[in-house]
Design a protein around this ligand. Structure first.
Ligand code: PA5
Length: 447
């Protein structure tokens, strides 16, 4: 079986090879710190051996529950935000038809998302769309108290119960949450929903390979066994016994660190396949929320190319020289589209006739890489042989392991997120939430 691979050659003009490889001992040490659980945030290392620890019985339980939802529902709404949302969407959008919601002949339920925003118009349109549809809900929240998903669930639960009755609604709602704490756990126990547990020691952004991601991904008709198998393979390739030069996550962490130390403060994750858009969103959360602390951390941005070459391309080529880019490159698309000959050739494209669309895309990718490197944007390349569940599983784990090592290289705790509480406190104070009276006074004085 092939594997995803990392190539850092085109970054080695901006930084020396030595600046990467001289970190070998330190990065290996931090890989051991992860393994031994002796670093900051060690209560949250459950993701480290999650792929190889998932049992057949756990996967079967998820698949059977997915099958119940698939058999009952034409539409399934996955409710969640951040780590309880982005991994699922990344996999589903990468692997399912781009026009899925518009297909009339279906083998899978339409997957929709809620609880990742507080948009009144969004929720109006969603609840309107669901009228008269056979729908189900997967409500995902590790804490079980996050406002955005709780709000969406309150609305959709009522709509479902009004439509099919409380008893049937019970069979169409699945909760993924903490084993014992939080409002969602209390509600699920009270209502008798089928539930799955998010382990205590797995943080939200590292939870895609728990039922958080696996259940909705299975509902979407994607093989969760392939996804997990890919992650298992990468777990082995990035373990503590693997030498630095053969460990892609270690090299990625060291290269990012060398670039950061050389003044490259922004990393852009670029793809040339629009279906990978949400992989970029998932990656932004993983690294942004893990590393942006104590006044440190690379700023993570993501672009879809060639689309964004016609917008952000100018900035990337000639803006402030504080960026580097990591490109997710796909060796072979899953489908074939050949460029036809046109007799009049008014668009002048006959020189491409007979070629694959991907031949053009590949040259755009190569041309972009050369232009950006010329423009002092160091380039890292991660190649996937194909876009499938197995390689996405590899990719997820590759990034997670790199993120752990990278956070320790920065000297921060990669597994907490104290900064995300600030807006919540203000929002609750502004909304006069009971218990926030003191904060309400303080914040109103600032208005
Ligand atoms: O990575 C994290 O911990 C966060 O982004 C959470 O995933 C996000 O805030 C959602 O939290 P919860 O699943 O508790 O609703």
């Amino acid at each position: 079986m092939k594997s995803i691979s990392l190539n850092i050659e085109k970054a080695l003009g901006a930084i020396s090879k030595d600046s990467v490889y001289s970190q070998a001992d330190q990065v290996n040490k931090f890989n051991h710190v992860l393994e031994d659980g002796t670093g900051k945030g060690s209560d949250y290392l459950g993701w480290l051996h999650l792929p190889s620890a998932i049992t057949d019985a756990e996967l079967t339980d998820i698949e059977q529950t997915a099958e119940v939802l698939r058999s009952k529902c034409d539409v399934v709404v996955a409710i969640g935000i951040g780590g309880s949302y982005l991994g699922t969407r990344a996999v589903v959008e990468a692997l399912n038809n781009s026009f899925d919601a518009l297909l009339t002949e279906r083998t899978n339920p339409v997957m929709l998302y809620a609880g990742h925003n507080i948009g009144e118009d969004y929720l109006y349109e969603l609840t309107n769309y669901l009228k008269g549809k056979q729908f189900g809900i997967i409500n995902i929240s590790k804490s079980g108290t996050t406002t955005e998903p709780a709000l969406a669930f309150r609305l959709l639960k009522k709509q479902l119960e009004d439509a099919v009755g409380k008893e049937e609604a019970k069979h169409r709602i699945v909760a993924v949450t903490d084993a014992s704490k939080g409002a969602l756990r209390t509600l699920a126990n009270q209502e008798g929903y089928k539930t799955f547990v998010i382990p205590d020691n797995v943080g939200g952004r590292f939870s895609v390979l728990t039922p958080v991601g696996l259940l909705p991904i299975a509902v979407a008709g994607i093989s969760i066994r392939d996804l997990v198998a890919g992650a298992v393979a990468m777990e082995a390739q990035t373990g503590v016994d693997v030498p630095f030069e053969q460990n892609p996550s270690a090299i990625y962490a060291a290269t990012r660190n060398a670039l950061y130390q050389s003044g490259k403060k922004i990393e852009i994750l670029a793809n040339f396949h629009p279906k990978l858009h949400y992989i970029g969103e998932w990656w932004k959360q993983l690294f942004g929320e893990s590393e942006g602390k104590e006044g440190k951390g690379i700023f993570n941005a993501a672009v879809d190319l060639t689309t964004d070459l016609h917008s952000m391309g100018q900035w990337i080529q000639e803006g402030e020289r504080t960026i580097f880019e990591t490109v997710i490159s796909i060796e072979k698309p899953n489908h074939t589209v050949l460029i036809p000959t046109d007799e009049a050739d008014l668009d002048g494209l006959n020189f491409l006739a007979g070629k694959h669309v991907d031949d053009v895309n590949k040259m755009a990718e190569l041309g972009t890489q050369l232009a950006h490197v010329d423009g002092e944007v160091p380039n890292l390349k991660i190649t996937l042989p194909l876009v499938n569940a197995y390689y996405i599983g590899e990719l997820f784990y590759f990034f997670e392991r790199a993120c752990g090592m990278s956070g320790y290289l920065l000297g921060i705790n990669p597994f907490d997120q104290p900064g995300v509480e600030a807006y919540k406190k203000n929002m609750f104070a502004l909304l006069n939430k009971p218990g926030f009276e003191k904060e309400s006074e303080a914040i109103k004085a600032k208005l």
